[in-house]
Design a binder for this molecule. Structure first.
Ligand code: AP5
Length: 248
């Protein structure tokens, strides 16, 4: 059973992690890279079950900030919300401040699965510094690859649960009951940024800012590229082969 508690990651501030199971002897510290819609979140969910590390998604923090009572937001979340409300991209320094507010998650004895951070080389350098300060290092960076037209199909069919954030796909992973989450019964919705006009902008931003990270992590000897084609389970099995090779 997954005992992850993502409260500290999603809310920051004084929130407390309720996890109390036995710490792992060799926790995994992993970054997931790949274009929007390639399936990082789907894999992070499956890896979280298997490796017992929390999925730490910066996109989830932004969505939590939008939904939260403004009085409860941390300073960096308030800044990020301001940019989003003005329709601007959240700049690197704000994203880095958000992650620094959550250093306890990076130091978690169960490890972590970073999903959506870092997104630029500047963010990657900041992550290196944060980890060095606490004498930790990444195990590896998983880079998921998929042809662009398939990425667009995955994004445009995605539906997300308003309550527990589980993701579905209208064709490849439909819920048992239309528009209702199998796990918690919450309502499913289409994310604003999954509409066709936003998808194009996100893919362009990815090419400009995030794709250079592939070279960055390759130079550091951490990059492992994985085909994201096939079913989620097939991609997961490929991922586990790569992780097991790293651990021999
Ligand atoms: P974020 O939420 O991180 O979005 P993203 O990186 O664009 O990634 P997605 O969540 O869209 O895709 P995914 O790869 O996780 O795919 P999923 O598994 O859901 O960020 C949102 C926004 O916040 C960004 O655009 C940016 O503006 C901002 N942001 C976030 N972090 C930032 C940062 N560090 N700095 C600055 N800005 C930041 O899968 C997609 C669909 O495909 C689902 O429906 C799923 O069911 C389906 N699917 C998955 N795998 C398969 C498969 N194998 N076969 C068939 N279907 C599949």
């Amino acid at each position: 059973m997954n005992k992850c508690d993502r409260n500290v990651w999603l809310q920051g501030g004084n929130s407390v992690c309720c996890r109390e199971d036995k710490p792992l002897p060799r926790p995994y510290r992993i970054v997931l890279l790949g274009a929007p819609g390639v399936g990082k979140g789907t894999q992070a969910e499956m890896l979280s079950e298997r490796l017992q590390a929390c999925q730490l998604s910066t996109g989830d923090i932004f969505r939590a900030a939008k939904a939260a009572d403004p009085a409860t937001l941390t300073p960096a979340m308030r800044d990020a919300l301001g940019y989003m409300q003005r329709g601007e991209l959240v700049p690197d320094d704000t994203v880095i401040a958000l992650v620094k507010e959550r250093m306890t998650c990076l130091q978690c004895p169960y490890g972590f699965l970073l999903d959506g951070f870092p997104r630029t080389v500047h963010q990657a350098e900041a992550l290196d510094e944060m980890l060095q300060q606490v004498n930790l290092r990444l195990d590896c960076v998983l880079n998921y690859e998929l042809p662009l037209d398939e990425v667009v199909t995955r994004l445009s069919g995605r539906r997300t649960c308003r309550e527990c954030k589980t993701t579905y796909h209208v064709m490849t992973k439909p819920p048992r009951k239309a528009n209702m989450c199998d796990k918690c019964g919450g309502e499913l919705y289409q994310r604003e940024d999954d509409r066709p006009e936003s998808i194009r902008v996100r893919l362009q931003a990815y090419e400009q800012s995030t794709a250079p990270l592939v070279e960055y992590y390759s130079k550091h000897g951490l990059l492992r590229s994985i085909s994201a084609a096939g079913t989620p389970l097939e991609v997961f099995e490929r991922t586990m082969v790569v992780l097991n090779e790293r651990r021999i």
